[in-house]
Write a protein that binds this ligand. Structure first.
Ligand SMILES: [Zn+2]
Ligand SMILES: [Zn+2]
Ligand SMILES: [Zn+2]
Length: 239
């Protein structure tokens, strides 16, 4: 175990030694020297050293890979690799240079958002495993708000501008809008400001709950207020 406090001595490679060099080279060769998360391909001329290619071991700390384990290795550029090692201080803030979304055809082990935090929908607070099931609302005036597909559809249905949305690969507005009924009508209590919009109510029950004065009651604040009012009323009436 490496307890060296100096960041430059921390683990920045997923293996070392001559055997690792051979395995690493085989993985790079198989992946056509292309980052499997973002598609960056090493140029012939020595390019930006910060964006060099590395080989990630998806099995983590389970022992150094041999040639027989080639299928658990994946080629990634340095910024994308940094997103896979969020606790390694050797990468510092390099992950910020990686794209928010992976390529749509990235292998599952690297089909992740830039940070783990971004796997939680900022409207309904649901956790989503695959980045290909997420969208982001990126308004012109700044900010990045990650959303599950249903919530992204809900915002599009509520009139948000499709030009402000991003997904892994091509944006399909109609497909996202068709997911909207799976989103809650009301955002979660702690949803982020710009993505707090209500989904337009669809069913008769939703319209009853959200298009009539009942909407002042059917929410955490309304229910608390109602509870207190009933309590006060009962205490007067009973005693
Ligand atoms: Zn990359
Ligand atoms: Zn790695
Ligand atoms: Zn959501």
């Amino acid at each position: 175990m490496d307890l060296d406090p100096r960041p430059e001595r921390r683990r920045t490679r997923d293996g070392e030694g001559p055997r690792w060099d051979a395995v690493r080279e085989a993985a790079l060769e198989r992946d056509d020297r292309t980052c499997q998360r973002c598609g960056y391909r090493r140029r012939q001329r020595p390019g930006d050293p910060e964006r060099d290619l590395e080989v990630h071991d998806t099995a983590g700390f389970s022992g150094q890979a041999s040639l027989a384990d080639l299928d658990r290795l994946v080629t990634v550029c340095r910024p994308c690799h940094a997103t896979l090692h969020p606790d390694d201080p050797a990468y510092r803030d390099l992950a910020e240079g990686a794209p928010l979304f992976p390529r749509p055809d990235a292998p599952p082990a690297v089909a992740t958002m830039r940070t783990e935090r971004q796997h939680v929908c900022q409207r309904c607070q649901r956790m989503v495993d695959s980045a290909t099931d997420l969208a982001a609302y990126v308004p012109i005036d700044g900010g990045t708000y990650v959303l599950c597909e249903p919530c992204a559809g809900a915002l599009l249905a509520a009139g948000y501008d499709p030009a402000d949305f991003e997904v892994a690969g091509e944006l399909d507005v109609a497909a996202l809008e068709s997911r909207a009924p799976d989103a809650p009508v009301r955002p979660a209590l702690f949803a982020t400001g710009p993505v707090r919009a209500l989904r337009p109510p669809e069913t008769g029950l939703e319209r009853l709950l959200f298009d009539t004065p009942l909407r002042y009651v059917v929410n955490p604040f309304g229910l608390t207020a109602l509870f207190i009012l009933v309590g006060v009323f009962l205490s007067f009436w009973l005693f």
